[in-house]
Write a protein that binds this ligand. Structure first.
Ligand code: UDX
Length: 440
């Protein structure tokens, strides 16, 4: 039996758009709602407001096949929908806890509008207890039957489509048999390979999302500290990483030291979990340390640069490769590059940066605080050193002769350990990376 369903997605940010598009891809009828009329018009005209690899193909296909629609009208969007996803922003409020006003506002509006049974799904990352609040907000407006389900997303930017289409797992938090059945049917096509749909209560589901991201942030942070120690004792973190990662219990992934984690999720989610622990009078010690270590890790690369120039980078000119917080995205939220720029510019240096996707966003944020290059090589002209902050594939195998020729000094500070140490010696570079020997 085909399980084509009618779906509404409220909020067409990153999560909403990926969710809506990928749900249409398996044959469901999807309407995405947003209050931003310009954005809705843009999408109706077939333009994607975000950059995400592979999303444009699905987006255009499903619009062409009339399975994916956009509107500003919540009422018409949800009229026929069986399942309504809430993918609204939950920005950190003044005290660090997530601001639920968008989510609860939409819940009230939906409560006023519904005339038959609906499943309301919270897709945004929300604190434990939010499903109950959504339920209460709707209850205050309606006597129509509905269920509220927590269904956290685990999408990684850059591979979000793949993550949605073939998730490692789907977590569904609900205690309603009816909602459980509908959600199971909806996600069935995405887990055909045998990955699990894990059903649980709403609170466990809400906490799962925070625990997953906080665990991964801790894993990275642990490796950053191991890397810092490697430098002091003369060990090579790349070797240590391989040595521990081949133990299945540790695993090979997320063990790469660098310039500290950034992005829209890890920093926010670790903060929110600490906050939520605080509210329950629990001191989540390890996560407080993770936050502290990550803050200082963001300054490790600029610290190395300053040290190399004996504390004086005034008038120095640096080439910077990578602005986005990670490759394959234009997202610069909490990007370590921004901290490095701040530190070096404040110390009197000038910076010319190149990033394949992130330059527009940085220009909008900090304007001419730095210069922008049209390609990686033109950033290098006459620079005192090259700094690598994001591991775009483009930076992995540059023409080192060209790099050496263009730089004023043959000096590279690599925050992502892209290059082989022997290769750097052969090419005659001074090369300072993370948790490995400095070669020159
Ligand atoms: C993350 C989670 O992976 C995803 O499941 C969740 O839904 C949202 O948050 P994302 O923020 O897109 O996804 O990026 P991710 O690839 O996880 O990287 C996060 C940060 O950690 C980046 O700054 C990255 O550079 C850093 N990182 C990651 C490391 O420094 N080392 C690693 O080994 C892995």
């Amino acid at each position: 039996k085909t399980t084509s369903m009618k779906i509404a997605v409220v909020g067409t940010g990153y999560v909403g758009l990926v969710t809506g598009t990928c749900l249409a891809e398996t044959g469901n009828q999807v309407i995405c709602v947003d209050i931003n009329a310009d954005k809705v018009k843009m999408m109706q005209n077939g333009k994607l407001p975000i950059y995400e690899p592979g999303l444009d193909i699905l987006f255009h296909r499903n619009i062409a096949q009339e399975r994916l629609h956009f509107t500003t009208d919540l009422g018409s969007a949800i009229a026929e929908a069986q399942i309504i996803f809430l993918a609204l922003p939950t920005p950190p409020g003044g005290d660090g806890s997530a601001d639920l006003s968008y989510v609860l506002g939409a819940a009230k509006d939906i409560g006023k509008l519904i005339t038959d049974y609906k499943v309301i799904v919270t897709k945004s990352t929300v604190p434990v207890g939010t499903a109950d609040k959504v339920r209460a907000a709707m209850d205050s407006q309606t006597t129509v039957e509905f269920d509220v389900v927590s269904n956290p997303e685990f999408l990684r930017e850059g591979v979000a489509v793949e993550d949605f289409m073939k998730p490692d797992r789907v977590v569904i938090g609900t205690q309603s048999e009816r909602a459980r059945k509908l959600m199971g049917e909806l996600y069935g096509p995405y887990v055909r390979q045998g990955n699990p749909i894990i059903f649980m209560d709403e609170r466990s589901s809400e906490l799962t999302k925070y625990a997953a991201n906080s665990f991964l942030a801790t894993k990275i942070t642990f490796m950053n500290e191991v890397a810092n120690l490697c430098e002091l004792v003369g060990a090579d973190v790349d070797m240590v990483r391989k040595g521990i990662g081949s133990d299945d219990r540790i695993g090979r992934r997320f063990l790469f030291p660098g310039v500290g984690y950034g992005g829209s999720c890890f920093p926010k989610d670790v903060q929110a979990l600490v906050k939520s622990a605080d509210e329950n009078k629990y001191d989540f010690k390890i996560l407080n340390s993770v936050i502290e270590v990550n803050e200082s890790q963001k300054t490790v690369l600029s610290g190395k640069v300053k040290k190399y120039f004996n504390g004086d980078v005034k008038g120095k000119k640096f080439a910077l490769w990578g602005l986005a917080f990670k490759p394959e995205t234009d997202d610069i939220r909490e990007a370590p590059a921004l901290y490095i720029i701040d530190e070096l510019v404040a110390a009197g240096a000038t910076i010319t940066a190149f990033d394949p996707e992130g330059m527009n966003n940085v220009r909008n944020l900090i304007g001419n605080k730095i210069s922008y290059a049209a390609d990686p090589y033109s950033a290098l002209h006459d620079a005192d050193a090259l700094l690598i902050v994001t591991e775009w594939s483009l930076f992995r195998t540059p023409d080192f002769d060209q790099v050496a020729k263009l730089l004023k000094n043959k000096v590279i500070f690599d925050g992502r350990n892209l290059y082989d140490l022997q290769k750097m010696i052969d090419c005659g570079f001074y090369y300072n990376s993370i948790g490995r020997k400095i070669v020159s």
